[in-house]
Design a protein around this ligand. Sequence first.
Ligand code: GCB
Length: 605
Amino acid sequence: PLDGGMLFPQESSFREVKELNGLWDFRADGSPNRNEGFEKAWYKRRLTETGPVIEMPVPASYNDITQDPTLRDFIGWVWYEREVFVPARWISDEGTRVVLRVGSAHYYSIVWVNGEKVTEHEGGHLPFEAEISSLIRKEPTKPCRITIAVNNTLTLETLPPGTIQYMNDSSRYPDGFFVQNIDFDFFNYAGIHRSVLLYTTPKVHVDDISVETNFMDNTGLVRYKVSVQGGFNNTLNITLMDKDGHFVASSTGSSGGLKVVDVKLWWPYLMHENPGYLYSMKVRQHAHRHVGDEYTLPVGIRTINVTNTQFLINNKPFYFHGVNKHEDSDIRGRGFDWPLIVKDFNLMKWLGVNSFRTSHYPYAEEILQMCDRHGIVVIDELLPHISVFRNASLSHHLVVMDELVRRDKNHPSVVMWSVANEPASEMPPAEFYFKTLIEHTKALDQTRPVTYVTIAAADMDKGGPYVDVVCANSYFAWYFDQGRLDIIPLQLSTHFENWYRKYQRPIIQSEYGADAVPGLHMDPPMMFTEEYQNALLQSYHDVFDQKRNQYFVGELIWNFADFMTSQGIYRVVGNKKGIFTRQRQPKAAAFLLRKRYWRLANETG
Ligand code: GCB
């Protein structure tokens, strides 16, 4: 188990937050062994004193910021640094705890403050933090120097895995030439992708909160657990308020239940006129009758259940009509960007989307918070393709799953965990691997179904018996039977029937689609034209509609928008299966889908 919680930093009368976004000093370690930064201990002095630096925005991937192709394709350590003044009151008050938090950095990170190492973290899409209170009190009048080294190298030990291949033929490649091979279909963007923050809590502080919700008739129930760190003999007061701030229920103690009379349930977008209803749970910690800390958690009251043929939210059948996304855009790469996020939500609402999958990694918490408020349903996915099923990768996978559940457990929008996308699940070791991983996840969270997304056929897939919902990807008439749209009705129905006959589980089409280069037209349709993308979608939809009243519970298009990939003969400046371009302008398919999704919203609620 992990130690401690990972509550989203929040301001209150007892907590402050200081964002460290903006320009940082930056240097990529281009030395032959990529290790000069450690050999010369760059963290000991200012980065500007050990060599040239450039300005690098945070948050952002560094890859597309400059005109330098070496930096775009860089593999190895890059160094970020900035100085920050810590408010004097944070330093003088011994009762204040100061924490440095990185929302995410890809892939391996080491963090120093004033030359002293404070933490390291593996994995690209989840937050990590370090308490730095005593460190900053050592030199109270000096600005505090934060250095972060980030390494994007993927190996057989990382998740996702990758390999480094050295080209030793000196007649063809220069000295030290190597390539990074990866198995997933998106660009390996790197750098500090989400906000870096300093935040404070009182020394005795609310460290973690978990809620589980239920209801019966008109009465809702919120069961909670709170953990406090840094001291003893505390009293906890819990107050639940409705959206307008009116008192609903209260309780005391570190665990308990809150009863909500005339409950307003959390409903998905388009299923109810008030989607995304959130209560607020205020957790107050007192010692000696003084309020010591306060944290307010948004709480949506809803239930999730799965039968043999249905996915139920609040006991009503839910049909996913949505998208798969990426955190991806021009210039920023995978960097967090509010204008982009709000634009994407507006586009999703224009389309009539009620759900999406976080293909193929955990997205920023701010995105999930928006989903909570807007009632957009999320399948929370952890990892892209994996094909190595070693014990070491399994134990690492379990830890990352712990981190994901710890971060996202309280979001009402998250209705299912996907532990991986398209693993090599036809290989025999996949059975034990996914059995273990899914059981582990269920032990962490008993309230949500668990799945992984498969590309295998029902009779080949080894993890099939363990998933609650079958999430199946397929690319009929694209990767197979190229250009032959006429095979879709037969192959897709057979595929569904095989899955359902074997496991009697509800099925979601978790990916389907075709590349379309915007502006390319041809009739009769040919691959890569907007007409072909439309025709392929339409043929899939015809089959979905036949199965909808049986066991088929959702469709997620691949992909919401075009996105960047590594270079190769299958990709024309990235993957073009978006129904929007990478700049978020519609292709013809966006209009087709919009018509369909609004019709589905009316038919299925
Ligand atoms: C898939 C993968 C996704 C790819 C997509 C494609 O099956 O899950 O990551 O981008 O196919 O377009 O090939």
